[in-house]
Ligand binder design. Sequence first.
Ligand code: T4K
Length: 370
Amino acid sequence: MSDKPVYITQPSLPPLEEFVPYLQKIWDSKILSNNGPFHQQLEMALCEYLGVKHIALFANGTLALVTALQALRVTGEVITTPYSFVATAHSLLWNDITPVFVDIDPNTFNMDPEKIEAAITPRTTAILPVHCYGYPCDVERIQKIADSYGLKVIFDAAHAFGVQDQGGSILRYGDLSILSFHATKVYNTFEGGAIVCPDAKTKQRIDYLKNFGIVDETTVIAPGINGKMNEIQAAMGMLQLKYVDEAIIRRQEVDRLYRQGLEAVDGLSIPAMPTTVRHNYSYFPVLVDPDYPHSRDALYEKLKSEGIFSRRYFYPLITNFSMYKGLPSAHKDNLPEASCIAGMVVCLPIYPSLTIEQVDKIVNLLGGGL
Ligand code: T4K
């Protein structure tokens, strides 16, 4: 095995020569952006691949989140999770909305539905849960609570591309779901994102909002942002779709090898995905218990010294960052489970081109070779 560093992920890329004809088409048409032909094709192709009704493409997942909140006119307070990438909560601040953090269920890493009702106030207008690592939230219970209080639900599904439950795509739940197609994701368009929505009218509003609020040459209906995906990203998305199933199968194999190699290691817990879920193997979180010979941070550093760049997603919690930590709901006492998991978690490298030898090396290091 080479001594090249092993990162948490490495983007899947199609063969370069297969992308050249796509570039040629863009050069010939000179349509680079603004709902061009590849953009339109990719929206249709993704609806079909994911099994959803409408998709609006974005330049990245964060702009999709910010716009999703605007599309539903969400204001006031929004209930969300501290255990996510900062973009989840940042999208609220960008809209002048106050995040209200609730604790997570340590078994799923997702917002604990039991804790939602106590966090609702007269200012609450929506719930913003995250399908963390692609583990589906308790979508039905969240919807039930939302329905009884008249709240909107926007799922941050940045990790959940292709994840399905027994009824199909988990992106069909809630009022809207957002996706990220960032380089580090299961399916990437270099940068990119999308809003999944159930009806054509909402998609129309989203399409206006991501294009400055422009309806036509003389009509602007809202202070929309420039959130559009460009033609190179969309063309890459078309080509990546050819390979994404293969990429998920390779990830599944890495996941299997890790589980097989690590399940007997004392002091490491490997969370299990419900068997009813078609997973995308986007992340491989491991929990380092106190009876493991090293602390989580020592393990992380030791792996690094061996050229293995694991990540402590999501440590620190969002609520530890200065722009959130003054909020009453950000207090550690309100978030015991999230605080505990953030102190134990380490995500191991997982991506299609990770070799069996590399996985073996990581397994051996974790299993006592450190
Ligand atoms: N909601 C959730 C729940 C999210 O997780 C995210 C993004 C969003 C919303 C927002 O979506 P976007 O606006 O990003 O579309 C990474 C990603 O930048 C971020 O997209 C992702 N979540 C987050 C969980 O992870 P970092 O700071 O860890 O990335 P970075 O640059 O350290 O990359 C990790 C490793 O990946 C590198 O060490 C090497 C490798 N890598 C990375 C890039 C960018 C490559 O090999 N090639 C590359 O081009 O945030």
